[in-house]
Design a protein around this ligand. Structure first.
Ligand code: ATP
Length: 239
């Protein structure tokens, strides 16, 4: 479905951040991109979604192909129209609006796709009781749930999730991940996930890539990465 082939990404004026990255995301899979802070995970998702442009960045080498078409360096609107929806790090929601108003506003924006507002509550049932609450007053976990739920309204074929576990308590992370897995299974959404939380990501992913300093240093099926000695030591905190 998605092929990223040996891309380099440079930010203005000349900061080389991705130094030849290749990944593949088969249809109906969950693929995780793991690695420490600053490794280039967000830049990779931004390169796929076209958002790297808004940060004065560019794919300067290699290509990105989605459903057989080249999409590197396209405008973000062009990419999202194709069904690639990016849930950015840090929960972009309308903080002044209630949960319900957030859903209405985003459903309106995607009205041409006939969004189903109920989908948000179907996968994140705890938001139903909070429908009248201003989004800015929700807990961090609920804000993350709302951000992912709003992305569903665009009827994504490929969902890009950036650090959904960021700043959340372990129990809440599990809740978010369970919903993501259920969404993947029941809606057939393909997922590309960037995470520092390797343990959680490898629980739901089929395949994983580890990025360090703009390069892939290790890749493999999730079950193999979970058993890998270096992954265990450096990313799962197991000696
Ligand atoms: P994090 O988890 O902190 O988001 P990450 O792995 O997603 O880390 P990126 O955000 O992709 O990493 O950042 C990779 C590198 O690119 C960092 O060194 C960062 O400082 C640099 N970088 C990111 N955005 C820009 C920009 N707009 N201009 C210049 N450098 C940038």
């Amino acid at each position: 479905m998605l092929e990223v082939n040996n891309i380099e990404v440079v930010y203005h004026p000349y900061i080389l951040v991705l130094k030849g990255i290749s990944i593949e995301v088969p249809e109906k899979s969950i693929v995780a991109v793991l690695g420490p802070n600053g490794a280039g995970k967000t830049t990779l998702l931004k390169a796929v979604s076209g958002l790297v442009k808004l940060d004065r960045g560019r794919v300067t080498k290699g290509y990105i192909s989605y459903m057989g078409e080249r999409i590197e360096n396209r405008d973000p609107e062009d990419v999202s129209r194709r069904g690639i929806i990016y849930v950015v790090e840090g929960r972009r929601i309308f903080r002044e609006l209630t949960v319900e108003e957030n859903i209405e506003a985003v459903a309106y924006a995607w009205r041409s796709r006939r969004p189903d507002p109920e989908l948000v509550y179907k996968y994140f049932p705890r938001l139903r009781a909070k429908r009248g609450t201003r989004a800015g007053y929700l807990s961090g976990g609920e804000q993350q749930m709302l951000a992912i739920g709003l992305a569903l309204l665009a009827r994504p074929r490929l969902l890009l999730l950036d650090e959904p576990s960021l700043g959340l308590a372990p129990k809440v992370v599990s809740e978010v991940y369970e919903s993501v897995k259920r969404m993947h299974e029941e809606e057939g959404v393909t997922i590309l996930l960037a995470e520092q939380n390797a343990r959680k990501a490898l629980e739901i992913a089929d395949y994983g890539y580890i990025i360090e300093n703009g390069r892939i240093v290790l890749e493999g099926p999730a079950e193999r990465l979970r058993e890998d000695k270096d992954v265990k030591e450096f990313y799962l905190g197991v000696k």
